[in-house]
Design a protein around this ligand. Structure first.
Ligand code: SAH
Ligand code: SF4
Length: 426
């Protein structure tokens, strides 16, 4: 087996892929030795072509053509690249591949939500979710296999093994979704074996002016995206690149549990909308349910939000707030939330998320009346506070339900794991 770069908790909190001699940095090695081009920017593709024997000019030209076929047309076979000389195509195919994460399982919720269990070339499983709505289609993308953090209400936090996804594995999720939705421009590639969204008519209809179903991306799948900053940034750059997948940064939202030192960089270098998993307004409760709070407290976090580059009344920061019965859902909590948002003069909206249960979870969801009362208090202060409708609960695709290994842990085992993760967090 190639290097798995798998990380056992406890360990580094920010697992960084270590380049090894002979391997292409940031690309998951394949057993057949070929290099996956997905995830590489045009310049890197040109360098690889040059190393493989093309002269500099030819390498640059071919890289430009190949890049267009990869990201704009979605082809997965060099033979389909009709403006590349016939003789050259097998030369490319012998050295490179156009990868997609492998689909292990595809599930379909009764509400139209889709969840895919995906696998990396070196055998690690992660998940991706597509949520169709009346006026948009949102892809929920994972940034890590598992998560080094351990928010007490989140199933992903109970996973022991963690590995950063590569740039290609992150952007590959978006490409896979476009494959499945049949959304590449005409003449683009289609993948055999994928179930087709359009055929059953259920997701029919077009949401955007150009007729696309996939209109929005949220970095809200498995993992903490700001603990895998470089790969997330590079993947989102490919998604936003006009020659690439060409999705507007206004339609992309990155959610963080509060990795304060990376937030300004996120605004500057990626420029996407920010969502923050606040979930509590006192140190005592947030320390318990979002333990990264012990490292970066509420004040520091809200100051980083106030300083977030690009935030404005037109581009508000979303505060996610999971509703946990008798833990963070009182009228007093709602009033404190309003006070904090006003104190930091934040252009904010609040997203109230009914807690999605999972086996062994130590919390219950607040009652609908409580959620409504909480929402009303925030609304009355002039801050939008919609309640998020849980989607895909029947296939465990809702927020915080993602977890790949089907292992069950006892409460004592979970407490031990959480203690280990917190020790690693320092
Ligand atoms: N790690 C990032 C992004 C992934 S989680 C983060 O924490 O922000 C996406 C959202 O789902 C976060 O707001 C997270 O706190 C929330 N969430 C996690 N578990 C949940 C659960 N069981 N019920 C409802 N929301 C949950
Ligand atoms: Fe990780 Fe986010 Fe889950 Fe917390 S809520 S454990 S940061 S994925």
């Amino acid at each position: 087996m190639p290097d798995t770069k798998l990380m056992q908790i406890p360990g580094h909190i920010d697992p960084v892929p270590v380049p090894r001699p002979g391997l292409v940095e940031g690309v998951t090695p394949r057993e057949d030795g070929r290099v996956d081009l997905i995830g590489l920017p045009k310049k890197r593709i040109a360098e690889l072509f040059e190393t493989a024997g093309l002269d500099a000019r030819a390498a640059k030209l071919r890289a430009k053509q190949v890049f267009h076929w990869l990201y704009h047309r979605g082809v997965i076979d060099f033979e389909a690249m009709t403006d590349i000389a016939k003789a050259m195509r097998p030369w490319l195919a012998a050295r490179f591949v156009i990868g997609r994460p492998e689909i292990v399982e595809a599930q379909h919720s009764s509400d139209g939500t889709r969840k895919w269990l995906l696998r990396t070339a070196d055998g690690h499983d992660f998940e991706m979710v597509f949520i169709p709505d009346a006026d948009r289609g949102t892809l929920c993308v994972s940034s890590q296999v598992g998560c080094t953090l351990n928010c007490r209400f989140c199933h992903t936090g109970t996973m022991r093994l963690v590995r950063n996804l590569t740039t290609g594995e992150i952007v590959g999720q978006v490409m896979l979704a476009r494959d499945a939705l049949g959304e590449w421009p005409k003449g683009g590639g289609t993948m055999a074996g994928l179930d087709d969204f359009d055929e059953d008519g259920e997701d029919g209809g077009s949401y955007s002016s150009d007729g696309r179903l996939l209109t929005n991306i949220v970095m809200m799948g498995m993992g903490e995206p700001l603990y895998n900053f470089d790969n997330v940034r590079d993947a989102l750059r490919l998604v936003m690149d006009g020659d690439g997948l060409a999705l507007s940064k206004r339609r992309i939202t990155l959610s963080t549990s509060g990795v304060v030192p990376r937030m300004a960089q996120c605004g500057e270098e990626i420029g996407v909308n920010l969502a923050v998993s606040l979930h509590a307004v006192t140190k005592e409760v947030r320390d318990e349910i979002v333990p990264i709070n012990k490292k970066y407290g509420i004040e520091e976090l809200l100051q980083a939000c106030a300083d977030y580059p690009g935030a404005s009344n037109a581009r508000r920061i979303t505060f996610e707030y999971v509703m946990l019965k008798d833990r963070n859902d009182s009228d007093e909590d709602a009033r404190e939330l309003v006070r904090l948002i006003k104190r930091y003069k934040l252009p904010a909206k609040v997203n109230l998320i009914p807690f999605n249960p999972w086996p062994g979870a130590p919390y219950e969801c607040s009652s609908p009346e409580r959620v409504r009362a909480f929402s009303d208090i925030v609304f009355a202060a002039g801050i939008s506070a919609p309640v998020r409708t849980p989607r895909g609960r029947d296939i465990d695709a809702a927020c915080g339900q993602l977890k790949t290994a089907a292992e069950k842990k006892s409460r004592a085992e979970l407490e031990r794991l959480y203690a280990e993760k917190e020790k690693a967090l320092g």
